[in-house]
Design a protein around this ligand. Structure first.
Ligand code: ADP
Ligand code: AMP
Length: 214
């Protein structure tokens, strides 16, 4: 089963993708995570992307399309994948269609997490992850059971993303409305899109997704 999760930054795509990955044995492909790994490694691609990511803009379509195209070819994608943060522009959506045809893959579901912009600032500025295993948390909405200790791995080191600050969030939401929102109609017109209420609790969104995926 291959899925696309759509929604603005902070909508809950990563949170839900991590759960879906475990429940359906499919792999999360987050272009944001891939780019952050490139930045951390100091690669040429990472150096090209860093400034744009820090400003809240979108990295070039060509770079992203090449990155996802080679990632989808890897063995762990054979059982299915969840695209999280891709496609983000109409050219990326068109390139994905072409890529899927060439590689004989099908997208089974495109699901939009519908949310209010105002809530996204709080979601993003409160987001943090375990430095050890990458489990996601939130200052208010998803605290670890024991304060300062990761539920998943017991780690005590946590990190926050450089671009998760109030100023950059505004540019990222603007980029979403200008360049990514048109994709919702792109998939809507194809008749393959479903929406869930991303303003509901994490557990409720999980339930809505499971109801769609059966
Ligand atoms: P995205 O991947 O779409 O950018 P995330 O999944 O990282 O968003 O979620 C952003 C933040 O909001 C995280 O800190 C997460 O814990 C929290 N979060 C995710 N879904 C919900 C929800 N339904 N209600 C409240 N907080 C949520
Ligand atoms: P995310 O982790 O999805 O919030 O992405 C973080 C940042 O990475 C974005 O603000 C963009 O700068 C960049 N990025 C991630 N995915 C894409 C994409 N599909 N197209 C262009 N830029 C992207």
């Amino acid at each position: 089963m291959n899925l696309i999760l759509l929604g603005p930054p902070g909508a809950g795509k990563g949170t839900q993708a991590k759960g879906l990955q475990e429940r359906y044995s499919i792999v999360q492909l987050s272009t944001g995570d891939m780019l952050r790994a490139e930045v951390a490694s100091g690669s040429e691609l990472g150096q090209q992307a860093k400034e744009i990511m820090d400003s809240g803009g979108l990295v070039s379509d060509d770079l992203i399309i090449n990155m996802i195209s080679s990632r989808i070819d890897q063995d762990d994608c054979k059982n299915g994948f969840i695209l999280d943060g891709f496609p983000r522009t109409t050219p990326q959506a068109e390139a994905l269609d072409k890529m899927l045809e060439e590689k004989s893959f099908v997208i089974d579901h495109v699901i939009e997490l519908k949310v209010d912009d105002d809530a996204m600032v709080t979601r993003i500025t409160g987001r943090y992850t375990c430095a050890g295993c990458g489990a996601g948390y939130h200052d208010e909405f998803q605290k670890p059971k024991e304060n300062g200790v990761c539920d998943k791995c017991g780690g005590t080191e946590f990190s926050r993303r450089a671009d998760d600050n109030a100023e950059t969030v505004r540019s990222r939401l603007e980029a979403y409305h200008d360049q990514t929102a048109p994709i919702v109609s792109y998939y809507g017109d194809k008749g393959v899109m479903k929406s869930v209420d991303g303003m509901a609790s994490i557990d409720e969104v999980k339930g809505q997704l499971d109801a769609i995926l059966g």
